[in-house]
Ligand binder design. Structure first.
Ligand code: ARG
Length: 280
């Protein structure tokens, strides 16, 4: 219980940071057009000449920035043909550009991302990943770049109207996610863990399970692609999404935080988000 409260406070603090950093949707509405230009723009001031002064930063100057993700989480990361696209990919690309690096995206199971970052197989984990206290024991997180919340998806005719009606029901989640943790905190429910959120949603469509708990924006995407499902309106705690790095990767963490500050200040991040998420 105590742990949960600390987690919530942590998220609240993160949320405040995000909110302070990002302008509201309405005010940033003109931004999206700029992101296209940004994609084409190659950072010409690449690092090669910086030898003398910047010895310390040399190892991450140039080269490849490997991003671990789980690409079944539209609008943050998903396949368009054989290309992985989405908010996280575009944001990570913008960060890589600032660092003079080339982004390489590696798709894997969600619960392999933190191990990949820790073993050095990947430099960053970017997967709509929520900052949680448990994860902070294993990885470091950059500043948050956006926020989200968990939602409950049910069949249109369901008698479930909120979290309190879930007792005795079967809930589907994506393995190892905050939705999974959220569900495990509810009393008297059985939980089905799926590798992909969409698999949980499919099981809900066929009536195999009674509800799905998952992040709000992917939930909208899944529901729009399925038949006869709805999202309950009940609101839960706000979560902060951030980029995960290995604990000893202090130098890269600082560079990415600086890049995120710049990309927030100039509206790039909000522009990317607005390109994928249209305000209701
Ligand atoms: N925000 C949730 C979490 O951090 C779910 C993230 C799932 N992301 C994904 N790319 N499948 O646990």
């Amino acid at each position: 219980m105590k742990k949960k409260v600390v987690g919530i406070m942590l998220c609240a603090a993160m949320t405040a940071a995000v909110m302070a950093g990002c302008s509201s949707k309405e005010t940033a509405a003109e931004a999206p057009a700029e992101t296209e230009a940004l994609e084409e723009e190659t950072e010409e001031e690449a690092p090669a000449e910086a030898e003398e002064e910047k010895e310390a930063s040399e190892e991450s100057a140039g080269g490849t920035l490997i991003m671990a993700t789980n690409a079944y989480f539209e609008p943050y990361e998903y396949y368009e043909g054989d290309q992985i696209v989405g908010i996280d990919v575009e944001m990570a690309n913008a960060v890589a550009q600032k660092l003079g690096m080339e982004l390489k995206v590696e798709d894997m199971e969600f619960d392999s991302i933190i191990p990949a970052v820790n073993s050095g197989k990947a430099d960053i984990g970017v997967a709509g990943m929520t900052v949680t206290e448990d994860r902070l024991a294993n990885v470091r997180f950059t500043k948050p770049y956006t926020t989200a919340t968990q939602v409950i998806i049910v069949q249109e005719g369901s008698e479930i109207a909120g979290k309190d009606d879930l007792s005795g029901k079967t809930i589907g989640v994506q393995l190892g996610t905050t939705g999974d943790i959220f569900a495990s905190d509810i009393e008297n429910v059985s939980i089905e863990q799926y590798n992909k959120g969409m698999d949980a949603v499919q099981a809900l469509t066929t009536g195999k399970i009674d509800a799905v708990i998952i992040d709000n924006e992917p939930a909208k995407q899944f529901v729009s692609k399925a038949e006869g499902l709805k999202i309950l309106e009940e609101e839960f705690v706000t979560e902060a999404y951030a980029i995960a790095l290995a604990k000893d990767n202090e130098e890269l963490l600082e560079k990415i935080n600086t890049a995120l500050d710049e990309l927030t200040a100039d509206g790039t991040i909000q522009g990317i988000i607005d390109k994928y998420i249209t305000a209701e």
